[in-house]
Design a protein around this ligand. Structure first.
Ligand SMILES: Nc1nc2c(ncn2[C@@H]2O[C@H](COP(=O)(O)OP(=O)(O)OP(=O)(O)O)[C@@H](O)[C@H]2O)c(=O)[nH]1
Ligand SMILES: [Mg+2]
Ligand SMILES: [Zn+2]
Length: 224
C-alpha cells in the first residue's frame, strides 16, 4: 500500500466562514465535484460505513476521501486498504472540526482534484462543533449509532438540523440497548422534518446498498 499523505490544515484567518464555504461550493459546482461531509460522534461508524458505500460506488465514480482527525493516520489507512480509492489524512492541529478553508486546503492538496466526481470528507468525530461550521459541502450526512441512545437528536440539535440525511447505525445491537427506533426517528424529524433517515448495519453491510443508491440520486440530481 502507498504511504498515506498527511496534510496539516490550519484554521481559517477569515471570520466569514459561511462566505468562504459558499465560494468553495460554487467552485466545486463549476468543476462538477460533489463534496459529501460526514459527521458523527467518535466511533459511530463513519469509516466502516464509508468503506461499504465507496466499494459500491467506486466503479461508477472517481472518488477521493479526506479523513480528518486530530492525530494519527489510521482512518486514511483503513479506507485505502478497504477500498483502494485515494485517501489522505488531514490533521487539524488540535481542532475538533473543519471549517471551509481547512476543507479547501485538503481538497487542493490532491493533484487535479477536479478529476474526482465525489470527494468525501470524514469530519472529526464530534457531535457538536462540526455542525457549526459549513465546510462547503454539497450534502451533509450524519451517523447516529444505537449505543449512543435515541435521545441524541434532542440533546445535539444542530447536527441533525444541518444534515440532509441521517444513518442509524449498529442496528445489529438493538436488542442490547434501550433504543426506541420509532422514538429516535421522531426525534430526528422534530429537529429536521426534511432529513431522510436510513437504518443500517455497517458491520454486515445491511442497508448500505440503499444508502449508496440514494447518494447516486443526489449526485445525479445535483449535476443536472
Ligand atoms: N456492532 C457493530 N459495530 C460496528 C458497526 N459499525 C461500526 N462498528 C464498530 O464500531 C467501531 C467504530 O467504527 P468506526 O467506523 O471506526 O467509527 P468512526 O465513526 O469512523 O470513528 P472515529 O473516526 O474514531 O470517530 C469499530 O469497532 C467498528 O467495527 C455496526 O454496524 N455494528
Ligand atoms: Mg473514522
Ligand atoms: Zn470544534
Amino acid at each position: 500500500m502507498n504511504e498515506i499523505r498527511i496534510i496539516e490544515v490550519k484554521q481559517s484567518v477569515f471570520a466569514a466562514n459561511d462566505k468562504r464555504a459558499n465560494e468553495l461550493r460554487q467552485e466545486l459546482k463549476e468543476k462538477k465535484v460533489f463534496l459529501l461531509n460526514v459527521m458523527s460522534s467518535p466511533g459511530s461508524g463513519k469509516t466502516t460505513t464509508l468503506s461499504g458505500i465507496i466499494n459500491l460506488l467506486k466503479e461508477k465514480y472517481k472518488i477521493a476521501v479526506m479523513e480528518a482527525d486530530i492525530d494519527s493516520d489510521v482512518d486514511a489507512r483503513t479506507i485505502s486498504k478497504n477500498t483502494g480509492v485515494d485517501a489522505i489524512q488531514l490533521h487539524t492541529g488540535g481542532m475538533c472540526h473543519l471549517d471551509a478553508d481547512m476543507t479547501r486546503q485538503g481538497i487542493e492538496s490532491f493533484e487535479n482534484y477536479s478529476d474526482y466526481d465525489l470527494i468525501i470528507l470524514e469530519n472529526v468525530g464530534n457531535l457538536v462543533c462540526p455542525a457549526e461550521f459549513d465546510t462547503g459541502s454539497v450534502a451533509n450526512m450524519c451517523i447516529l449509532s444505537v449505543p449512543e441512545g435515541d435521545d441524541k437528536p434532542l440533546k445535539y440539535p444542530l447536527m441533525f438540523e444541518v444534515s440532509n440525511f441521517v444513518l442509524i447505525n449498529k442496528i445489529d445491537v438493538l436488542d442490547y440497548f434501550d433504543f426506541d427506533m420509532d422514538k429516535c426517528k421522531e426525534n430526528i424529524r422534530y429537529r429536521n422534518p426534511m432529513a431522510d433517515v436510513f437504518e443500517i448495519c455497517a458491520k454486515t453491510g445491511q442497508g448500505i446498498d440503499t444508502v449508496a443508491e440514494y447518494i447516486v440520486n443526489k449526485i445525479e440530481d445535483w449535476r443536472k
